[in-house]
Design a protein around this ligand. Structure first.
Ligand SMILES: *Cc1c(COP(=O)(O)O)cnc(C)c1O
Length: 498
């Protein structure tokens, strides 16, 4: 793709909301001719006022929504290098598996005897996740990473409560994903930050001074949210264990280590995996996902119910028989369709395939980091990044008054989805990039060239970047206002509904 030739995403002019297309008398519905006696809708079910739906022809309606969908950008249109989000290309084979009628048309209340294939799939997926993470058993129920974290923390609480001291704090590195402190709070804990060193790793001495018999555990991401592997991981986990705490692994993204090392072998007790990130389910926009949680042997009794068990004769059944369980975290069996996709992903890659996935994810991130190094240096140049890296636009800001946000907006004009910016919070003008293993060298080269072009433009004409994006369907949004005034639906003027 040539640079400077933005992807055309706008349709013909004149399309605002669907209401702008309305003409009295038009409609997009057609009912078959009535062949039974007509009857009035009972008074109690009638509205006082007609709902005021726009009268739009089917053709205009289809074009309107198709045009809107074309304005969108997704992994099926291009690279989506949002650090920490793992927006990899989702193989269509997993979609085919999830759509198989035997899975897609099952009812969650069907008797076990009629759903043996589905139960076996869940059972095998659980076993595979335990193998990958080094855990003993896992629950597939949590519908997202954040819910997996809460599940893990409730297990942590159940463990300490049974020992007679529930403990009240959880330690979390200052570079952690925002869901970690939020989940700790929801789980009834106080979150205490652990500082990072100049190299972007956990400050082990600070950690040692923070642990005590009121610390329930440590939540850690490894490689951490800066994309760096915690070299002292064995010491870190033993410091927490020596004080009677548990160590929780935020495995939202296992891309860096899958098939190469296992959280269980590093000393972790509880692990969640985001299957939508690691094993590629279309995500973003709020879901759907799955955040299975694995635990080591002595925490198994606390796992949520129901669980899939296999009887000696080989039949599978859902079991509620676990008196020390923390209970349910989600209706039925979690997001079943997402679990089918994870199963398909794991088993069509196989163990060597999964290892290759993580190798390529790390290679791609390092290749891209090197390609933009001169304009966007690594925030922690002394540590080698893994599947994602954090670069900084701080120098560009000093030299040209152009910020990471301006660069991100300009990249949209150049036809790409920008990286994550301003996260992790500990890095000035952070640009967190995760290309994932699914992108080709040509795509990585194109994205790097766009970033370099944006840097060159910033020095020559900073205003160009301050104005960006100029070719996108919408210009720069007031993000602070959008976050403070959460109006997610359109309302007719004067409807009194807000
Ligand atoms: C995405 C992510 C989460 C949260 O996962 P959700 O499925 O969005 O709830 C937690 N931790 C890390 C490191 C993540 O990247």
């Amino acid at each position: 793709m040539s640079l400077g030739a933005p992807v055309r995403r706008q349709g013909p002019p004149g399309a605002g909301t669907v209401r702008d297309l309305a003409q009295p008398g038009r409609g997009a519905w057609s009912f078959p001719e009535l062949d039974v006696e007509s009857t009035e809708i009972p008074e109690m079910h009638r509205r006082r006022q007609a709902p005021g739906l726009p009268e739009v022809a089917e053709r205009d309606l289809v074009r309107h929504y198709t045009r809107l969908s074309q304005m969108n950008y997704g992994v099926d249109t291009g690279i989506y290098p949002l650090g920490s989000c793992s927006m990899k290309y989702n193989p269509k084979l997993a979609e085919v598996a999830a759509a198989a009628p035997g899975f897609a048309r099952l009812h969650p209340l069907q008797p076990d005897a009629t759903a043996q294939g589905a139960l076996e799939m869940l059972w095998r997926l659980e076993a595979a996740l335990c193998e990958i993470t080094g855990m003993t058993r896992a629950t597939l129920q949590p519908p997202a990473g954040a819910c997996g974290e809460l599940t893990g923390l409730l297990i942590m609480r159940a463990h300490h409560t049974e020992l007679g001291n529930p403990r009240s704090t959880v330690l979390i590195p200052d570079s952690a994903h925002g869901t970690n402190p939020a989940s700790a709070r929801l789980g009834g804990y106080r979150a205490v930050p652990v500082p990072s060193t100049k190299r972007g790793l956990v400050d082990v001495d600070a950690l040692a001074s923070l642990v005590n018999d009121d610390v329930a555990g440590l939540m850690l991401t490894n490689p951490n949210t800066l994309g760096l592997f915690e070299e002292d991981i064995a010491r870190i986990t033993s410091i927490v264990h020596d004080a009677g705490g548990l160590v929780y692994y935020d495995g939202a993204n296992l891309n860096a280590i899958m098939g190469r090392s296992r959280p269980g072998d590093m000393g972790f007790d509880i692990v969640h995996i985001n299957t939508h990130k690691t094993f590629a389910t279309p995500h973003g926009g709020g879901g759907p996902g799955a955040g299975p949680v694995g635990v080591i042997e002595h925490l198994v009794p606390y796992l949520p119910v129901p669980r899939v068990e296999r009887d000696p004769d080989g039949t599978f059944r859902m079991s509620e028989d676990a008196p020390r369980s923390i209970g349910r975290m989600h209706g039925f069996h979690g997001n079943f369709g997402v679990l089918v996709r994870a199963y398909a992903y794991v088993f069509f890659h196989g163990s060597d395939g999964l290892q290759e996935v993580s190798e390529l994810a790390v290679l791609n991130a390092n290749y891209l980091a090197s390609a933009i190094l001169e304009d966007f240096p690594l925030a922690y140049p002394d540590s080698r990044p893994m599947h994602e890296f954090v670069a900084t636009a701080a120098r560009l800001e000093r030299e040209a008054g152009v910020r990471a946000m301006d660069v991100a907006k300009r990249v949209i004009d150049l036809g790409y989805h920008p990286s994550t910016v301003y996260f992790p919070l500990v890095v000035e003008e952070a640009m967190m990039v995760e290309p994932t293993e699914t992108e080709s060298k040509e795509t990585l080269d194109g994205f790097a060239a766009a970033l370099r072009q944006a840097a060159a433009e910033a020095r020559a004409d900073p205003d160009l970047l301050h104005q960006a994006p100029v070719t996108a369907p919408v210009r720069r949004l007031d993000e602070a206002r959008a976050a403070r005034h959460l109006r997610l639906t359109w309302r007719a003027e004067g409807s009194g509904n807000d």
